[in-house]
Design a protein around this ligand. Sequence first.
Ligand code: BGC
Length: 389
Amino acid sequence: MKRRLTYLSLFALLLPFLACQQSTKQKESTNTSDSNTVTLDSVAFGANIDGKAAKLYQIKNSNGVTAYLTEFGARIVGLWVPDRLGTLTDVVLGFKNVADYNNPAEPYFGPIVGPFGNRIANGKFSLDGKSYSTSVNNGPNTLHGGEKGLHFVHWTAKQVNDKVVSFSYTHPDMQDGFPGNIKIEVVYSLTDDNELHINYQAVSDKKTVINLTNHAYFNLNGEGSGSILNHDLRIFADQYTPVDSTLIPTGELASVKDTPFDFNFPKTIGKDIDQDNQQLAYGKGYDHNFVLNGTKVDGLNHAATLTGDQTGIIMDIYTQEPGIQFYSGNFMGDKVTLKSGKTDSFRTAVCLEPQHFPDSPNQPNFPSTILNPGDTYSTKSIYKFSTIK
Ligand code: BGC
């Protein structure tokens, strides 16, 4: 008893010191001094969606690179990386407040999309002769998992350490028409060489289809800083998958050679975007899946290199996935207000989504997206940030 009292008094003595440490930590997390837009504040950000608090999480490396993440959609809501001068810049679009993400007009800012990312033709596919109808939310098709998908649901987060947060969610059997209770875990982590890693795992109790990716909108000059048409882009692909007028792949793997789709040598996104080309007309710009050519770095496909013309920030994407969807923000159009106070103007961000090919469940020639019970779906993508020297 005596000993317990001693520990208690020691704790009481330490209390003011511990409280002070805590408030310093909080200050660090909301520091705005060396930034080009606002940082997120966990109190102002938080809100209850469908009765669940969607909390804000933060991971940070030793260089100050910081990712802000939330449980609503397992989204990246802020990503601060140093520019050529060392100034931290927020390179993803998002909102200051989690409630703003809970809006059907929200353009998929930063979430994990699935169970099947991108489109399924007419919301229909079959497995072992059994037909499934998924919720149709994009013209005649299913886009990014349907109405609820994974982007409009509450995930459970766990802060593993300062640099790692894991998110888990079980997609219930037949939600949006997808078979199986699909148990998903997504882990975001930062390394000290300025890499954001996203690791995905899933298991299902019924045969199903799966294609997970992250849907961040990048502007490497900083959120709200204007057009991305002068960003340089390189995509490591000799082929892409042409689409019909509803953006469903025709099944063909077409050569990029002598077309506006050749990004093998870096060029600005704007260079060929206005060419008279049927595929660009269907996409209203680039909105296509590229077939990665297997250029390997540490066993992963080097998918793309994007460079911000004003900041000199470079983002390299490496992935285990066979394709990458390049979407040049063609449907953006001042519909929502961003963290920076600007609106989401036409082509002010670019999405580069490592993934399997769209509509794979209906395309026997594409790499399979079937997940069998007893098997584990596992994939990873890395976003590496550096600057022009
Ligand atoms: C699709 C676009 C779609 C966008 C939604 C992209 O992955 O390819 O067609 O408009 O997501 O934000």
